[in-house]
Design a protein around this ligand. Structure first.
Ligand SMILES: Nc1ncnc2c1ncn2[C@@H]1O[C@H](COP(=O)(O)OP(=O)(O)OP(=O)(O)O)[C@@H](O)[C@H]1O
Ligand SMILES: [Mg+2]
Length: 310
């Protein structure tokens, strides 16, 4: 549904996007992750035909974003980073206006607008002027205008920014429900959002593509760690753990005044686990707690981004 080949964008001398290629299948939700200034918005602007790339090409729904931009724009809904809205229009009038200019058949407009107002919880403010609604509601209007023509492709630049927790949940559900029928690209800084919503994620740093994978695969790349709380002589436990076959490293974790917590990193988890069990038994120590610590997407993200910088 989306093909991006060797995309490069320069602003004057500055290269904001550097030779990025990826593709998105129909019905997929793809997440864009990257620190501030990574180039996420720039890629989205090329895909939405806001400006052409300096090099490379982008194909959306079978049409070239540069050569056939009208056909691309008919098929996409775009929530920009800063949503430009007509301040002096009422919410419902504005959405009707957008639906009409996006080519929604006249007899469908009313139904479509009611549907998106319902989906984006806007019914309360439908008669308010846009300039009079709060920031979160503005964001909802922005999402609603992107959805109103029921587009094949949705490009959402930080869709949940500025929303309250209840609304974040609802909008995430709405986006999730779009998968399958619609193809979605969204950018976000909220890492759990990526795990919740996206089938695949692209990590961009300083204009370069750093990783493309399923969120769970990215998380699995991190080391396997385990948290243990053991009653006994803490220095002796630490020493025994660090000598254990299969264990790569041990760190004491002091929480809430307790000094019997240990974080163990394995290089061979199975062997390490077995060793720990017999060690505790042989020493008559008492195991109070044992749980796996998944490397968080946050850890992976920082690791990938800092590795690139080094
Ligand atoms: N119109 C412009 N003229 C010159 N430089 C620009 C312009 N727009 C963006 N840039 C630069 O290009 C780089 C990428 O910007 P972009 O907005 O794509 O980043 P981003 O990943 O969306 O960041 P954020 O997470 O902060 O939204 C930044 O260094 C930015 O300063
Ligand atoms: Mg941005």
């Amino acid at each position: 549904m989306i093909e991006v080949e060797n995309l490069t964008k320069e602003y004057g001398e500055f290269r904001a996007v550097d030779n990025i290629s990826f593709s998105v299948e129909k019905g997929e939700i793809l997440g864009f992750l990257g620190p501030n200034g990574a180039g996420k918005t720039t890629v989205m602007r090329i895909l939405t035909c806001f400006f052409p790339p300096t090099k490379g090409r982008a194909i959306v729904a079978g049409f070239n974003c540069f050569e056939d931009s009208l056909n691309v724009r008919k098929r996409i809904g775009y929530l920009p980073e800063r949503v430009p809205l007509y301040e002096d229009m009422k919410v419902s009038d504005y959405l009707r206006f957008v639906a009409a200019i996006k080519g929604t058949p006249a007899k469908e407009v009313k139904r479509q607008v009611e549907k998106v107002m319902d989906d984006c919880s806007l019914s309360d403010v439908s008669n308010k002027l846009i300039k009079a609604v709060s920031r979160g509601y503005r964001q909802r209007v922005g999402i609603a205008q992107a959805l109103v023509n029921d587009p094949e492709v949705l490009i959402l630049d930080e869709p949940t920014v500025g929303l309250d927790p209840k609304q974040i949940k609802e909008i995430r559900k709405l986006i999730k429900d779009l998968a399958g029928r619609h193809t979605v690209i969204l950018s976000t800084h909220i890492l759990p959002e990526v795990s919740i919503l996206c089938g695949r994620v692209i990590i961009i740093n300083k204009g370069k593509l750093v990783a493309v994978d399923r969120p769970e695969n990215l998380a699995a790349e991190g080391s396997r760690r385990m948290f243990l709380r053991i009653n006994g002589n803490a220095p002796a436990i630490e020493q025994a753990l660090s000598r254990m076959a299969g264990v790569k490293s041990v760190e004491r974790e002091l929480t809430a005044g307790e000094d019997n917590g240990f974080v163990v990193v394995f290089d061979d988890e199975k062997q390490g686990r077995q060793g720990i069990h017999s060690m505790i038994e042989n020493n008559r120590w008492e195991l109070l707690e044992m749980r796996t610590m998944e490397a968080s997407l946050e850890d992976i993200f920082i690791k990938l981004v800092t590795k690139e910088e080094a």
